[in-house]
Design a protein around this ligand. Structure first.
Ligand code: RB5
Length: 143
């Protein structure tokens, strides 16, 4: 599975660690930046990652900023993207089973690294339920 990952300066540390971790799980990862803790604009990175996922170049995207909120606002404006801001593992699992989310957003200032890695792993490894009620609801999002 091909994963696009990106962050702003506020998520740079976790981006680096998450990218390293998911490579050890066997995922192919492309890093869209940012490449340092120098201040930058989260919408630029969020759009690049989200568009790459929406265009089918990547199976999923992961975006990290200070809160995850800015990233999720931008990502959900890209048609075809269903971005989920998660701070717990239950939501990470359910958003895959119910929403078939294709972008995960995390807040580096909100959750610890251990929890972030658990959320990422669960989100990557949980399949969409494929239940009709969820397929119908997802189709209604795109209307
Ligand atoms: C950057 O200061 C901060 O606003 C950003 O990382 C993020 O939290 C935005 O939602």
């Amino acid at each position: 599975m091909k994963i696009a990952i990106g962050s702003d300066h506020g998520g740079f540390e976790y981006k680096t660690k998450i990218a390293e971790y998911i490579k050890t799980l066997g995922y192919e990862v492309e890093d869209f930046g940012t490449n340092s803790t120098k201040s930058c604009d989260y919408p630029v990175i969020a759009k690049e990652v989200s568009r790459a996922v929406a265009e089918g170049k990547f199976d999923r995207g992961i975006l990290i900023c200070g809160t995850g909120i800015g990233m999720s606002i931008v990502a959900n404006k890209v048609k075809g993207v269903r971005a989920a801001l998660c701070s717990d593992t239950f939501s990470a699992r359910l958003t895959r089973e119910h929403n078939n989310s294709n972008v995960l957003c995390l807040g580096q200032r909100v959750i610890g690294l251990g929890l972030a890695l658990d959320i990422v792993e669960i989100w990557l490894e949980t399949e969409f339920s494929n239940e009709e009620r969820h397929k119908k609801r997802i189709s209604l999002i795109e209307d």
